[in-house]
Design a protein around this ligand. Structure first.
Ligand code: CS2
Length: 498
């Protein structure tokens, strides 16, 4: 067996010929982007696009400075430090065609918990033209009900007390922009790459709210010196499994401590609204620049992300572990298809920008990709932030119609309540990971006696518990699911027996 090589810049020339190795000189790369949240998704998506731009077009101007801010990012910090920012990306097509590439676009890395001032300094430097973010759905702290930024969130409150030792992205950005203003350095673009509705506008609102309350003198400068393009990001990227590391050692004699696996499909649509027009020529590598991203984003959140959530919740109750297992279950797919066709498609205003039938068909084959092993636990984590973004807009929109079609969506929300009972139909428990888990579990337990209790979770449902049509459907399905296995309940639902 060949000697296993540790991935780092010194060893990169010795890597096996059966992977796509770096073809460019990393010393030539200048940093132009600071990215907060060096997740698997970032490494499969934005860092990949920058890599492609360098490799194919020799554009060395937008290397990435990776930044993580949370205590539990220490592992990726240590690994990327060890590997000089290099990692391997495994692009797996459903047909069985797979590519492995070494990605070199992350050329610097800063870690907030170790040295917050260093992060603030780095963000304030004039070479950073774009600060991009993947901070997850729950990272924006906008209250669904009031539309206001949640100043009372414990981490936000801490940042207000200790502005020079921040924990949140808002605390960091405020200090960095104060320095830019003080030093006469230009502003930059803030590019949200999260799956939230109008992600740029939402980030702008959250950030401006935070600044307005805590550093009001900075706000007029920020308004002139920052832009927040909306974006739609898409590439299914599962969590890395220990076996991904082992396979690399065996097949490529490569020791990459944290490789990334992703599907071959990728899409990125961005509103072309960059500060001083400074941005990479991403269109050369397949990024679409548009005036308004809303239609594309709506389609993706309400079909792809919602589809994931549906398979995640129903699949977990049935004892499935991965998206592809659930997507290969005929009964689940009948349910998902009727949700997409009867409840989502009629409310989508896609203005002919996309062939909807083709989009849905492609989605199903993406979910079935046998090489991705996307865990349902990833999909179900933080559902209390995802359901309001991916599922409830369909319900709310349907409820505004004369003949609201809400059977599937109500069934799903009832199943979501049962999900917090924490045990699948084989009697096996599963882990619930959610910021609101205490509330969710308690309200699901109370709903055993009084079903509508679950709908009283205000940050999720707001006033939906007052809608009689929805409440009646929810109660009917909840009672049914609690008396049957999820599989039987879905079959009966599909056969219109409930
Ligand atoms: C998933 C997304 O987190 C989720 O629930 O639906 O991470 C999804 O895989 C990506 O948005 C795909 O682009």
């Amino acid at each position: 067996m060949p000697k296993v090589i540790n991935l780092n810049i010194e060893n990169v020339d010795q890597l096996s010929d059966n992977l796509s190795n770096l073809t460019y000189d990393r010393n030539k790369i200048k940093t132009g982007i600071a990215h907060i949240g060096v997740s698997n998704f970032h490494r499969a998506h934005q860092a990949f696009y920058i890599h492609e731009l360098i490799e194919k077009y020799g554009d060395y101007n937008y290397g990435i400075c990776g930044i993580d801010l949370r205590e539990n990012d220490r592992k990726i910090y240590n690994i990327l430090k060890d590997q000089d920012g290099l990692y391997s990306l495994h692009i797996k097509d459903a047909s069985g065609v797979h590519k492995t590439k070494v990605i070199g676009s992350i050329v610097e890395y800063f870690y907030g918990p170790e040295n917050p001032m260093a992060v603030i300094e780095r963000l304030s430097k004039p070479d950073i033209k774009i600060i991009s973010l993947t901070i997850a759905e729950d990272g924006y702290h906008l209250n669904e009900i009031t539309g206001e930024f949640d100043q009372k969130h414990p981490e936000v409150a801490e940042d207000i007390k200790n502005p020079f030792d921040p924990k949140t992205v808002f605390g960091y950005l405020t200090q960095a922009f104060k320095l830019r203003k003080l030093r006469g350095i230009a502003g930059c673009t803030i590019l949200s790459c999260d799956n939230i509705k109008a992600n740029g506008n939402t980030m702008q609102k959250s950030f401006y709210n935070y600044v307005d309350k805590n550093e009001p003198d900075l706000l007029p400068w920020l308004k002139k010196n920052t832009t927040f393009p909306n974006t739609m990001v898409d590439r299914i990227t599962p969590e890395t499994q220990p076996k991904d590391v082992t396979v690399l050692k065996k097949e490529y004699a490569l020791n990459d401590q944290w490789p990334v696996v992703c599907e071959s499909f990728t899409s990125w649509i961005i509103e072309d609204n960059f500060f001083n027009n400074q941005r990479p020529q991403w269109e050369k590598v397949g990024v679409q620049f548009v005036e308004k991203v809303a239609h594309y984003e709506n389609l993706k959140l309400l079909l792809l992300n919602a589809g994931h959530t549906i398979l995640g919740i129903l699949g977990t109750l049935n004892g499935y572990k991965t998206v592809q297992e659930a997507a290969n279950d005929k009964d689940f797919m009948i349910f998902l298809k009727s949700y997409m066709d009867n409840e989502v498609s009629p409310i989508l205003n896609h203005s002919g920008i996309i062939n909807l039938e083709k989009y849905k068909k492609t989605l199903v084959s993406r979910f079935k990709n046998p090489y991705i092993n996307d865990s349902l636990s990833r999909i179900c984590s933080e559902s209390s932030s995802k359901v309001p973004l991916f599922i409830l807009p369909t319900l709310k929109q349907q409820l505004t119609q004369d003949h609201a079609t809400i059977a599937n969506v109500s069934f799903l929300i009832a199943a979501w309540c049962v999900y917090y009972d924490g045990v699948n139909d084989h009697g096996n428990p599963y882990k619930i990971t959610d910021n609101l888990s205490n509330t969710l579990v308690r309200m699901a337990a109370l709903s055993q006696q009084n079903p509508i209790k679950f709908l009283e979770i205000e940050p999720v449902f707001n006033v939906l518990n007052k809608n009689e049509i929805f409440v009646a459907a929810f109660v009917k399905y909840l009672n049914y699911i609690r008396k049957h296995t999820i599989k039987d309940a879905i079959k009966d639902f599909n056969a219109s027996k409930i």
